[in-house]
Design a protein around this ligand. Sequence first.
Ligand code: NAD
Length: 325
Amino acid sequence: MKILVTGGAGYIGSVVSESLLDKGYQVIVIDNLSTGHRQAVDTRITFHQGDITDREFLRPILRSGVEAVCHFAAYSQVGESMVEPLKYYRNNVGGAISLLEEMRDAGIRHFLFSSSAAVYGEPEEVPITEESRLNPVNAYGNTKWTIEKILEDCREGWALNSLALRYFNAAGASALHGEDHRPETHLIPLILDAALSPGRDLVVYGDDYPTPDGTCVRDYIHVKDLATAHVLGLEKLRDGYAGSLNLGNGRGFSVMEVIQSAGEVTGQDIPHRIGKRRAGDPAVLVASSRKAEAELGWKRIFPDVGKIIEDAWNWRKKFPRGYPD
Ligand SMILES: NC(=O)c1ccc[n+]([C@@H]2O[C@H](COP(=O)([O-])OP(=O)(O)OC[C@H]3O[C@@H](n4cnc5c(N)ncnc54)[C@H](O)[C@@H]3O)[C@@H](O)[C@H]2O)c1
């Protein structure tokens, strides 16, 4: 089965591509390398450099025998999305529409979509379930929610089978592929940066939240566990499944717990300082993934935050400055 992975030169897309190859799928990748890396694309993959908003570019690729699309390509920096919302709507929503139009015209009916915990905004209840209120608080989250609504309408309109996977914080690495966002905004790679270059300023945003140690609690899911859910999701799509599912760890970890665990993994004290709270940071964001477990038969293999950090660290030791340009 031939799968198109958009954004396959990025962090999660590269690890999912690797899992798909291991399962015997044929993988082709589209990426414009705006935030991805050519070196993250496995040599067994046919790579097309280009933009998902460009329908002329997409057309021949989607008509080359592709049976399903895994759609990762997007901009995903929350802060930037608030300053430049149209950039996010054009790329994330506009790109998804171009892709879906070309899929429809090529007769492709299976679509796996990278959604996000950002669709929930500041939750009224924890753990967050798929029944929790959707209420994004930034433009990035709005683009993800908008695409989910478009997918529901496409199911009605032309029988698209789609699965929106709402990831919480993807973390860790495979042996081959790891996290290299520029600029980096995610906690674990920032902590590892601080371990590698002690001059770096690692700020903990607030230690007066109503949590056991006062720092924010987040849900870190190993990127390899995410990849497994995608492989299962693809199988489910072929049975005609459609819906939205949370993918999280099952428990949360505070910022200080993550820093402490990283200290144990790296054998170093992680230099950090306590700063002020950031606006719009909820105290606790933890997912219930019971529905994904029940409906996909998904099981997390790597829930331990120490193991998640260890895998990220092993990758970073190989690529201290990230992928070579
Ligand atoms: N990393 C997380 O913790 C997380 C959490 C929730 C959701 N997500 C979503 O998962 C997906 C992947 O995230 P990631 O962390 O791997 O990000 P990433 O930036 O590493 O990967 C995104 C990839 O898409 C490519 N891309 C962007 N716009 C494109 C376009 N118009 N045409 C072609 N390629 C384009 C980029 O070059 C990059 O390689 C995104 O949709 C993101 O919103 C990520």
